[in-house]
Design a protein around this ligand. Structure first.
Ligand SMILES: C[S@@+](CC[C@H](N)C(=O)[O-])C[C@H]1O[C@@H](n2cnc3c(N)ncnc32)[C@H](O)[C@@H]1O
Length: 129
C-alpha cells in the first residue's frame, strides 16, 4: 500500500520512501537533503499537532508556495523520537492521539500525503467526508 500511494503521489510531485537503520542515520540524511533551502522536517508523533486532511494539504501547499524544495515526513523509532530529533523537527505531526504500530502509521501517512496532493489539485479523490 505504501508503494501504491507513493507511486500515485509522484503524479503530482516527485516522492520517494526510504528506510533507515537508526534515527541518527535519518537525521544525517535529512541534513544532506538541503538545496537552496534546508529540508523541512515533519516528524510523526502522536503528541504532535493534529490537522484535518484539508489543513494538512494547506500546510503542504504553503510550504510549496514558499519555495520549500524538500519536504521530509518521518515515522519514528520504536521508542519514539529523541530530544535531539524533536529539536530538529520543523513540525511534530500527529495522526491522532492513539499510538499506531509504525508500519500502519507509514501507510496512513503515505495515504494522507497522496490525499493532500489531490486536494491541492482539485482532484475528486477527496470528497471531504
Ligand atoms: C510504535 S510508535 C512508537 C511509540 C513510542 N513507544 C511512543 O510512545 O512514542 C512508532 C512511530 O510511529 C509513529 N506514530 C505512531 N502513532 C502515531 C500517531 N498517532 N501519530 C503520529 N505518529 C504516530 C511515530 O512516528 C512513532 O515514533
Amino acid at each position: 500500500m505504501i508503494e501504491e500511494y507513493v507511486k500515485r503521489t509522484t503524479r503530482h510531485s516527485p516522492c520517494e520512501s526510504e528506510l533507515f537503520d537508526s534515527e541518527a542515520a535519518l537525521l544525517d540524511w535529512v541534513d544532506r537533503q538541503a538545496g537552496r533551502t534546508p529540508a523541512y522536517a515533519i516528524l510523526l508523533d502522536s503528541r504532535g499537532k493534529e490537522y484535518s486532511s484539508e489543513e494538512f494539504a494547506g500546510q503542504i501547499g504553503r510550504l510549496r508556495d514558499e519555495g520549500t524544495q524538500r519536504l521530509v515526513l518521518a515515522i519514528g523509532p520504536a521508542d519514539g523520537w529523541s530530544p535531539e530529533a524533536r529539536q530538529r523537527a520543523d513540525l511534530l505531526l500527529s495522526l491522532g492521539r492513539m499510538t499506531l504500530p509504525h508500519q500502519l502509521a507509514r501507510v496512513v501517512l503515505a495515504e494522507q500525503v497522496y490525499r493532500a496532493f489531490t486536494i491541492l489539485a482539485g482532484h475528486p479523490y477527496h470528497s471531504g467526508h
